[in-house]
Ligand binder design. Structure first.
Ligand SMILES: Nc1nc2c(ncn2[C@@H]2O[C@H](COP(=O)(O)OP(=O)(O)OP(=O)(O)O)[C@@H](O)[C@H]2O)c(=O)[nH]1
Ligand SMILES: [Mg+2]
Length: 444
């Protein structure tokens, strides 16, 4: 572990009103003080106006270890945000003995010094990237350690289980079973349920983070593209009375009530001899598979005969419908029609029923997000580690059921512990840290 003194510009690249440079490490004061005028000691946690490296005037703030972001001695310098001043000041810091920080190195040090666990450090990156209230909420709840605490409790249970198994191992010569295997199996099943619950929350967590995918499906000419335009309040897609107008999928995002939706307009669902159109239909099915919400659009003036049901069965046969919501959208209600079937009755063309459709979409997503006690996994790495934990736990359960020797079961238990621990960073490797922190920008 390196603990030399690092420096970087922490504000975004480019010019601005102010720029902030950060210096962190045991030698932070030694690097910075000689560049200040006056070079008198900096009072902790107070802004002092000084001349900076003879080129600018600005504020210097000294944050002594361990109560800084990195946990090390840190000095932050605010200067005028001119490109020249930023670069010249950074160069002066490097000349004075600091090293240019690598991407994410400040946060990496915060993790290594125990200021943050690994999932919190990742939340910092998500927080910086957050552009909507929902993304911000996801990142801050992870930063506050929402599921880190839950993972910690799970890990403790696993550790206890492992010690019980190992106790049995120690005394195996004497042929005693300390832990009743039935009880152990019960504990493993409980752990499996909880891990499964967390895994299940990823669909919602990921959708909220990246935008909830909404596939707009239906027969040609049903008004799918018109609906997309109505939802967006923009003439995004081409609309025409010719069936088969949309041949490729069109995607647009929109934030409604803090939730970002990714609307995917698709080619009409029907068998086609036209190769291009057939390809479009294949893409529609793919869009349906990846979507959280399916809007099935139909023309309300047409008899509600088998065709819609055939389409729906086609779709449900092709997709895993768990974690998905399907909405019936009966379109063209501005035209004379005989019945008002259950679902959403809208006119995409006249903008009737669109707000209520939007409200329903927001409501189902908010409801999904509140399930599982509001704990949402939104990080792919965590999802994968949980998946491996689940697999290892399954092996443990199988081992217990088949009366496998304790030492073999213990191997799977330790495997589960390892994967669970990799989420919060209780177990880490250099490669893992490299992967995570290289995503950050320099200066964070
Ligand atoms: N009266 C009325 N006409 C509509 C409405 N919505 C769409 N239309 C018309 O229906 C025709 C087809 O609309 P599109 O939005 O292109 O239909 P589509 O489902 O995207 O069709 P494809 O891309 O060919 O699969 C156009 O002439 C639209 O103007 C509506 O709410 N009321
Ligand atoms: Mg279309």
């Amino acid at each position: 572990m390196r603990n030399d003194t690092i420096a970087a510009v922490s504000t975004p690249a480019g010019m601005g009103g102010v720029a902030v440079l950060r210096v962190s490490g045991a030698g932070a004061l030694d690097v910075v003080l000689p560049l200040l005028e006056p070079a008198t000691p900096l009072p902790p946690r107070r802004a002092s106006l000084r001349t900076l490296a003879g080129i600018d005037q600005g504020l210097a703030v000294y944050l002594p270890a361990p109560n800084s972001y990195t946990g090390e001695d840190t000095v932050e310098l605010s200067c005028h945000g001119s490109l020249y001043v930023q670069q010249a000041l950074l160069q002066a810091l490097l000349d004075a003995g600091a090293r240019l920080a690598e991407p994410g190195e400040f946060t990496r040090r915060a993790f290594l010094n125990g200021r943050l666990n690994l999932s919190q450090a990742e939340a910092v990156a998500d927080l910086i990237e957050a552009a909507t209230p929902t993304q911000h909420r996801l990142a801050t709840s992870q930063l506050r350690g929402a599921y880190a605490n839950e993972l910690k409790a799970l890990r403790q249970q696993l550790v206890d289980l492992t010690s019980l198994m190992e106790l049995e191992l120690d005394f195996s010569q004497e042929d005693v079973e300390f832990a009743d295997r039935g009880t152990l199996l019960g504990l493993v099943t409980q752990l499996q349920d909880r891990v499964q619950g967390l895994l299940g929350s990823f669909a919602t967590g990921n959708a909220l983070k990246r935008g909830v995918p909404v596939a707009i499906l239906g027969r040609p000419n049903a008004g799918k593209s018109t609906l997309l335009n109505a939802l967006l309040g923009d003439e995004r897609a081409i609309v025409s009375p010719i069936p088969g107008t949309t041949r490729d999928t069109i995607e647009e995002t929109m934030t409604i009530d803090g939730i970002t939706f990714r609307f995917i307009d698709t080619a009409g669902l029907r068998q086609s001899d036209d190769a291009l159109e057939a390809l479009g239909i294949e893409r529609s099915i793919k869009a349906a598979r990846q979507a959280t919400i399916l809007l099935y659009v139909r023309n309300i003036t047409m008899p509600f005969d088998d065709y819609a049901l055939t389409d729906i069965t086609d779709i449900t046969d092709e997709c895993d419908m768990r974690n998905k919501h399907i909405f019936f959208v009966h379109n063209k209600c501005d035209l004379p029609h005989k019945s008002n079937p259950p679902g959403h009755i809208v006119s995409a063309k006249e903008g009737i029923g669109i707000d209520s459709l939007k409200e329903s979409m927001v409501a189902v997503i908010k409801n999904d997000a509140a399930a599982n006690d509001g704990v949402l996994i939104s990080n792919l790495r965590h999802y994968e580690a949980l998946g491996r934990t689940r697999d290892a736990l399954r092996h443990v359960a199988e081992g217990l059921e088949r009366q496998m020797p304790a030492d073999l079961v213990a191997v799977d238990l330790r495997d589960a512990l390892y994967h669970l621990g990799s989420i919060t960073g209780d177990v880490t490797s250099n490669e893992l840290l490299q992967n995570i922190f290289s995503r950050f920008c320099v200066g964070k």
